[in-house]
Write a protein that binds this ligand. Structure first.
Ligand code: FAD
Length: 449
């Protein structure tokens, strides 16, 4: 007998409950990945490169026995299941809106062959942490408390050896697609081994200082695990198990960030509409700019030509590497919404195109937080000042100089506010922050005051 193990956002072999299930369910397991055009067309080249590299790594770990096909999953999975007379199909559950719709279609199309979900890309799956009355949390802190109380499973002990793998070349009637290569160089290698290596380096070198330094883009003190978590090259449960044995603020602060990731997935699970619309509909009537001039301002923002050094540094880090530091994500998002008065979903779309870790839950709700329209969002009247944010979190200006070469000659902190030293090839501030702050408060005040 054969069971299918259908990989999606869980491109690893360790700590993978559906792998154990598939091995229990049948004599041999066929590993499958479907290149789904609906998902690939909405991913930028860097994220695709990461996904494809992760698939190559997984295929290697399986001794070349990953069956990759291209097409709609609701056509491909039943076709493959039929070709091998699969007894069941095993997956980690996907809780994002597209994944849920897709899995319903696949399950219907499979007929009597069961689609068995076990686990998810989260430590605690969406829908599991609720208030006593069964309703979802809207505020992070009480969610976090309940999340900790609920706890999570220990890592599952799976590996390539858990199953006997069916060689896809022995399956007739299915054509293997080759794994594409976008020809893009990445700052981080993809795949399970790379994820483990990065994580163990971070545990050795980064976790102790994490709580103090995580807000400092110049120190680059983050773990860079986001892309690995996005594609499931490592499971958050594995990270939490490693953190559990450690004392200190760093481990605590890190677990809290993983809880944020779970929280936003939970919010999207309960309010799928919030991926592209204000979670808090009170803000639906805020006047936003969207004409030709707005598009020009948007373009200056994407290019990192706003004249605000920390904003430009962040936007250039993003377009050059597919990554941006968390603090700077908050600053550039606030700038787009509160200084340029543009819709947050324009920025969110651009981020999804550019980010390797681009994720429908963390990204959309990171944006809604900055816009003040989300659950538990920054209050709309707290407007980040891009200059003081730069001075505070990039105190020597190293981050700005790294990404904005026009400013490389300006020493120290004054790079954030160069005044008369502003080089001629670097733009003047495109807006006056003080005036736009007042404008934002007026606009928000009309609906929420
Ligand atoms: P670390 O500081 O090492 O954090 C550890 C892990 O915790 C991260 O890998 C991530 O999985 C999780 N995490 C940390 N902060 C957050 C957060 N605020 N929300 C949710 N999870 C978090 N994160 C994404 O993974 N994908 C996105 O598309 C994304 N878009 C964002 C957009 C905006 C406007 C903002 C403000 C934040 C966004 N984030 C997103 C959250 C955060 O910026 C990134 O997770 C973080 O910068 C990744 O770097 P790291 O792995 O070094 O983080």
């Amino acid at each position: 007998t054969t069971a299918l193990l259908w990989f999606r956002r869980d491109l690893r072999l360790a700590d993978l409950p559906p792998l154990a299930d598939a091995a229990d369910a049948a004599d041999q397991v066929l590993a499958v990945f479907v290149l789904d055009p609906t998902l690939t067309k909405s991913s930028g080249a860097r994220r695709l490169q990461f996904l494809h590299d992760a698939l190559r790594a997984l295929d290697d770990d399986l001794g070349g026995r990953l069956l990759v096909v291209r097409g709609k999953p609701e056509n491909q999975i039943p076709r493959i299941a039929k070709a091998v007379s699969a007894t069941s199909v095993h997956v980690s559950e996907d809780f994002l809106p597209y994944g849920r719709r897709r899995d319903e279609k696949v399950s219907d199309a499979l007929g009597d062959t069961e689609l068995v979900g076990h686990g998810s890309p989260y430590a605690v799956s969406p829908g599991q942490v609720t208030k006593n009355d069964g309703t979802p949390y809207k505020v992070f802190t009480p969610y976090f408390r309940a999340w900790q109380e609920r706890g999570w499973h220990s890592p599952a002990t799976t590996s390539a050896k858990t199953a006997t793998w069916l060689d896809p070349d022995d399956v007739s009637g299915v054509s293997r697609a080759s794994i594409p290569d976008e020809g893009v160089e990445l700052i981080l290698p993809a795949g399970e081994k790379a994820a483990r290596k990065r994580w163990s380096e971070f545990l050795d070198e980064g976790i102790t200082g994490y709580a103090d330094d995580r807000d400092r883009p110049d120190l680059d003190a983050g773990s860079r695990m986001s892309s690995y978590l996005k594609y499931g090259n490592i499971h958050p449960r594995t990270l939490l198990a490693d953190l559990a044995g450690r004392r200190g603020e760093g481990a605590k602060a890190y677990a809290r960030e993983l809880a944020f990731r779970d929280f936003y997935a939970d919010v999207v699970y309960h309010w799928p509409r919030s991926t592209w619309h204000n979670w808090n509909r009170n803000f639906d009537d805020i006047p936003l700019d969207d004409g030709a001039d707005a598009k020009k301002r948007f373009e200056a923002w994407t290019k990192g030509e706003t004249g605000y050094p920390i904003v430009d540094a962040g936007m250039r880090q993003l377009s050059e590497t597919g990554f941006m530091h968390n603090r700077v994500r908050m600053v550039v998002a606030s700038f787009l919404v509160k200084d340029l008065h543009l819709p947050w979903w324009w920025g969110a779309q651009y981020f999804l195109d550019q980010l390797i870790d681009g994720d429908m839950a963390s990204n959309q709700h990171g944006w809604q937080w900055a816009a003040g329209t989300g659950t538990d969002a920054a209050p709309y009247f707290r407007v980040f000042n891009p200059t003081t944010q730069g001075q505070r979190f990039d105190p020597q200006g190293d981050y700005v100089r790294r990404w904005v070469p026009e400013l490389a000659e300006i020493a120290g902190k004054s790079v954030h506010d160069p005044g008369d030293d502003r080089p001629s090839d670097y733009p003047a501030p495109m807006v006056d922050h003080k005036a736009e702050r007042r404008e934002a408060l007026d606009r928000y005040g009309t609906v929420s005051g």
